[in-house]
Design a protein. Structure first.
Length: 346
């Protein structure tokens, strides 16, 4: 039963016609991807979604907030017309979309509950449709909902992933799992394509996770009151010891103090990690260093020029960093601007 949970979720996300709207999320392509059909009786145009983004934010109690995005590139008048029709349908009558998706999610949660032995429920399901232009124009259909007891609790630890074991990620899909800053990941399996302090990202490759994947093992970070108290005392004791040692040895070397200080200044040029070969840095590290060196924000085309990457590669790297919360992207005129989160408040 456990190995089928992920496949049930795939069926839920990718199969079925959206009730009453003439718009389908169904197997419109050989790959079984959902389709955006032009609303109305004629349904003259269809297009498979270009991107699928699944975001799972796990809370300390194991409940997760899900965000599932189906992104359709608005490359021509036909796709734009289809999207505008879908937007109108959703604004006028969103309930059929919510009901159909909620029914399928309930089936998924029931299968996961049977497999894990934990009671689960799908709550607060909403659907929305928006349009984005960063860096490519997309129509985005977004489902958001709460999945109770999604992660297993073992004492103070959390285990994320058993509810979606064997999940299939197609090549146009991306799964992002985030956890609270009060937790740290002690194990992540399989190795994610991208990783930050509180997020892991897997990019689809037409393969299925193994029956016991994906898995993220989480434990509380060592920042509790007792740790802070004893950790602080440890620092005080260490500094006191260093001070006593310095007093004892300083006198014999007083005559050489000036020379020693001058030598230290002359040998420390402040370069630090800036001397690291850029080829030894990850793509994300290179972008972060560029942003830090330019006041926290840069035009995306500046990053293209500085790194020598193609527009496509730069967009892919920045999109991944945006999803893990490392950067934010906004638009000024016709230019995309990439910024560190703290720089957007300046």
């Amino acid at each position: 039963m456990r190995s089928r949970v992920g496949h049930v979720l795939v069926i839920c996300l990718l199969v079925g016609t959206m009730a009453g709207a003439g718009v389908a999320f169904g197997p419109a392509t050989a790959a079984g991807q959902p389709a955006l059909a032009t609303p109305g009786p004629q349904q003259t145009g269809t297009a498979a979604p270009d991107l699928t983004r699944i975001g799972v934010d796990v809370a300390e109690n194991g409940t997760a907030t899900w965000r599932v995005e189906f992104r359709f590139e608005l490359a021509d008048n036909e796709s734009q017309t289809a999207f505008e029709g879908l937007r109108t349908e959703l604004q006028q009558n969103p309930q059929p979309y919510v009901d159909r998706f909620e029914t399928r999610l309930a089936t998924t949660a029931e299968a996961a509950s049977n497999a894990t032995g934990r009671p689960m429920a799908i709550e607060n399901l909403t659907v929305s449709v928006t349009e984005e232009a960063l860096p490519t124009a997309y129509g985005v259909v977004t489902y958001e909902f709460t999945w109770t007891n999604f992660a297993a609790q073992s004492g103070q630890q959390l285990v994320v992933g058993d509810a979606i074991s064997g999940l299939l990620l197609e090549s146009d899909a991306r799964l992002t799992v985030r956890w609270p800053e009060s937790f740290e990941a002690t194990a992540v399996d399989p190795t994610p394509d991208q990783r930050s302090d509180n997020a892991a990202v897997w990019v689809g490759s037409e393969t299925t996770f193994a029956n016991d994947q994906p898995r993220v093992m989480l434990a509380p970070t060592k920042t509790g009151p007792s740790y802070a108290l004893f950790g602080g005392l440890g620092v005080v004791v260490l500094l006191a010891g260093i001070g006593a040692w310095w007093v004892l040895i300083r006198k014999p070397w007083e005559d050489n103090t000036t020379t020693t200080d001058e030598t230290m200044v002359s040998t420390d040029d402040g370069g630090g990690d800036d001397t690291v070969d850029p080829e030894l840095l990850s793509n994300e590290e290179r972008v972060l260093r560029l942003l830090e060196a330019n006041g926290g924000r840069m035009k995306q085309q500046q990053i293209v020029q500085e790194t020598g990457w193609t527009d496509a590669k730069t967009s892919q790297v920045i999109t991944g960093m945006r999803e893990t919360g490392d950067v934010e992207v906004f638009r000024i005129g016709r230019e995309n601007v990439v910024a560190l989160p703290e720089a957007t408040d300046v």
